[in-house]
Design a protein around this ligand. Structure first.
Ligand code: SF4
Length: 231
């Protein structure tokens, strides 16, 4: 077996090293497959399925976690693939508040997703966690992409402050036993906020400015209560 595998993507021949994902092989050809949960500096998990492609199997596969094999024929833009992406986006829009997710908004437009198609579906409505001076956690805007959990764990920080809680539709990101962030192993590095593709994790000061507070007010209000007494 050689070091490379040869396959076709959208009719174009490409040769890539063993272990290369379809997403990476397509990029080599200049074919951009849309992603939501995928981040180039984090482990791919194939959670959102927006990068679904057709490889002739019974079901479409996530291009970010499926490796290329010899003779594979990949279609990244067939009608079925487009329909699947549109449906996934419509389900996401029915459940989660995506107002602060510009990249997903762009995809909703691109795939002509009907945001009201599943309007009778259950919404994720949870209170905002305001439990530390640095960032807010609004999981009504969370798409469970897993980026924050990974960057807090083996992919970067090794703090393991964030995890998944619940099962099925009730699955949310949270802390061990629901502890407030200051009681966890969080070191407030901010990397989770940096990789969040929605407004689910947001710097507290930014949030206060968006609410119309002045920079001085925002700085004061973002401080922990003990500090505010001293101010
Ligand atoms: S909080 Fe943000 S980064 Fe974490 S899973 Fe939700 S959307 Fe993804």
């Amino acid at each position: 077996m050689g070091d490379e595998v040869r396959l076709k993507i959208d009719g174009h021949d490409v040769s890539v090293p063993h272990g290369t994902s379809i997403l990476e092989a397509a990029a080599k050809l200049g074919i951009k497959i849309p992603v939501v949960c995928y981040h180039p500096h984090l482990s791919a998990n194939g959670v959102c399925r927006i990068c679904a492609v057709d490889v002739g199997w019974r079901v479409q596969v996530a291009a970010c976690v499926t490796t290329c094999s010899d003779g594979m024929e990949v279609r990244t833009n067939s009608d079925d693939v487009t329909r699947a992406r549109r449906t996934n986006l419509e389900m996401l829009a029915s459940t989660v508040n995506l107002e602060d997710a510009p990249d997903i908004q762009t995809l909703l437009e691109k795939y002509q997703a009907d945001r009201t198609r599943f309007s009778a579906g259950q919404k994720r409505e949870v209170p905002v966690f305001d439990d530390n001076p640095f960032f807010l956690r609004d999981y009504s805007q969370c798409i469970n992409c897993w980026r924050c959990v990974q960057v807090c764990a083996e992919d970067a920080q090794y703090a393991f402050a964030l995890t998944f809680n619940g099962r099925g539709f009730e699955t949310t990101i949270g802390t061990f036993m629901g502890q407030g962030m200051t009681d966890t192993t969080c070191v407030f590095c901010g990397q989770c906020v940096g990789v969040c593709p929605t407004g689910a994790l947001k710097p507290k000061r930014q949030s206060l400015l968006e609410m119309g507070k002045s920079p001085d007010e925002a700085m004061k209000l973002a401080r922990p209560k003990n500090d505010r007494k001293r101010a």
